[in-house]
Design a protein around this ligand. Structure first.
Ligand SMILES: [Mn+2]
Length: 329
């Protein structure tokens, strides 16, 4: 932690709110990953077990791989947040807009509590528990549950484990800390089976996933003397593979696997002339800064942005900026 004392104080303030409040609104980012869903479900379940009323919101779509997590069936994708909540928690969002279309309505709920681990977090909450040294929000939620002495059970432990495992790329990325391993080990003490849960969440590729992967692999291109690798998924490829709701985010790893690739990008068509760029870096380049240039954000090694325009044009402007980043290192 960069600022030990303030983080500790905010933790205590939030623990008090969790213990005293009766009704909570929880939200995490649209296009959710394992940390967004896992941390929200873990916090939601511990509060429900404490007899509190909880609304779990995610604009979705929840990928198939995460839909089987305990409690995921209770997540609502549409909700009109009225007043009457004791607090509104926003998880794993570097800025409030990440929650999606509901953000302007959420900004009126008080207190708004921002729990996150993105270095560039905008500090949009009334209380901001932002710890960029935590591997995942799941890790922070675990600490909160322990500090507030809230209930713990296998479902909660599993969701915490999934949050940590997915955000660390199965304990491989450089946010994999001793603390991440330590908390993961504690979830094993609570009965989590890494094999069973990761097979379901990380390892399963349905036949349609593989068909989509097959066609995406053919799009891999290398630029800038092999330092930038691109992989592209169009709407057409998705519909041909009958794979509209698959977790294709992980396909970004394939160009990243190639020796010499420094920046890998998955370019996914999400609307008409509208694309999402998911970025990964192997070593030197801070892709959070690169994504921020295009209005997005994330972590130094994993970031994303969305942008309107034709595929060719967007690719060109991305490659131009990527080269600047490569040259400046
Ligand atoms: Mn996260």
């Amino acid at each position: 932690m960069t600022d030990e004392l303030p983080v500790r104080m905010v933790l205590n303030d939030i623990a008090d709110i969790l213990k005293d409040g009766k009704r909570f609104f929880l939200a995490s980012h649209k296009d959710p990953d394992g940390d967004a869903v896992g941390s929200m479900l873990a916090l939601g379940e511990t509060l429900m077990l404490s007899g509190k009323e909880v609304v779990l919101f995610n604009e979705g779509p929840i990928p198939d791989s995460l839909a089987s997590l305990a409690g995921a069936e209770g997540i609502v994708e549409d909700f009109n947040p009225e007043s009457g909540f004791d607090a509104c928690f926003v998880l794993d969002c570097g800025n409030l807009e990440r929650v999606g279309g509901i953000s302007s309505r959420l900004s009126k709920l008080r207190p708004l509590i921002n729990i996150d681990h993105h270095g560039g977090n905008s500090g949009f909450g009334d209380l901001n528990l932002v710890d960029a040294d935590s591997s995942s929000v799941g890790e922070i939620v675990y600490r909160l549950i322990r500090l507030a002495d809230l209930p713990m059970n296998l479902n909660i432990a599993e969701n915490i484990f999934v949050a940590i495992q997915t955000d660390t790329g199965s304990f491989r990325y450089d946010n994999t800390t001793r603390e991440a391993f330590r908390i993961a080990a504690e979830t094993l003490d609570l009965g989590v089976s890494p094999w069973r849960i990761s097979r379901r969440v990380m390892d399963e590729y349905t036949l349609k996933d593989l068909r989509l992967l097959e066609s995406s692999l053919k799009t891999i291109e290398l630029y800038h003397t092999g330092k930038v690798g691109l992989i592209t998924i169009t709407k057409r490829m998705q519909s041909q593979a009958n794979a509209d709701n698959v977790d294709s985010e992980r396909f970004v790893n394939y160009p990243r696997f190639i020796p010499g690739v420094e920046i890998a990008a998955l370019i996914r068509e999400i609307g008409r002339d509208y694309y999402k760029f998911s970025l990964r870096s192997n070593d030197r380049v801070n892709v959070a800064d690169l994504a921020r240039y295009f209005g997005g954000g994330g972590h130094p090694r994993a970031a994303a942005f969305t942008r309107e325009g034709s595929l060719d044009l967007l690719k060109q402007e991305f490659l131009t900026k990527a080269l600047e980043f490569l040259d400046s290192r």
